[in-house]
Design a protein. Sequence first.
Length: 198
Amino acid sequence: MAEEYITKIELLKICEISYGQLYRWKREELIPEQWFIKRSSYTGQETVFPKDLIIERIDLIQKLKSTMSHDEISQVLLGKSNDSLLENFSSLEEVDEQVINLFDQKNISYHSATIIIALSDIKQSHNLDIAYMKESITNWNKVKIPNDSMFLDAILLEDRLYINFRAENCEVYYDEYKEVIRVNLNDIKQNLKLKGKL
């Protein structure tokens, strides 16, 4: 299904925010710059946004700003470490202890939390040994996973698990592999919100 876009004028009206607020959040990196998409129009050029993503993000910013400081909101949205997250997060039944132990627990972010839940579910639902998963998880821990990663693809190879992260509009095909598990990280984030963990 093709992604739906919304114009800047429509966005400001629907979310009841000002032009200044929108671009301040952009400067503060609370809204990703790549969501500001320029395209031709009959008036010359207009800015559009991925509709569902931008509206969800603005709703979350507005919700958080009544109870959180700017720095705390940045921690939530940008995946920066949050000392209070681990205590809430590790108690979730979806979290596999062997999986979370492969991550630096002093630097668990909201984004990495969704990835841990995704990998925990894959491990449990496919009855995988942690040794089979360890190499790929360890390798990804050495680099910064982009915070705009919306999907996790887990490829079940003969001797190990291979993990790939991709953005919303990036489709990848793995026709030579036996099984690919695709996980929508946004769905996990929504579940965390419903549980009051985000």
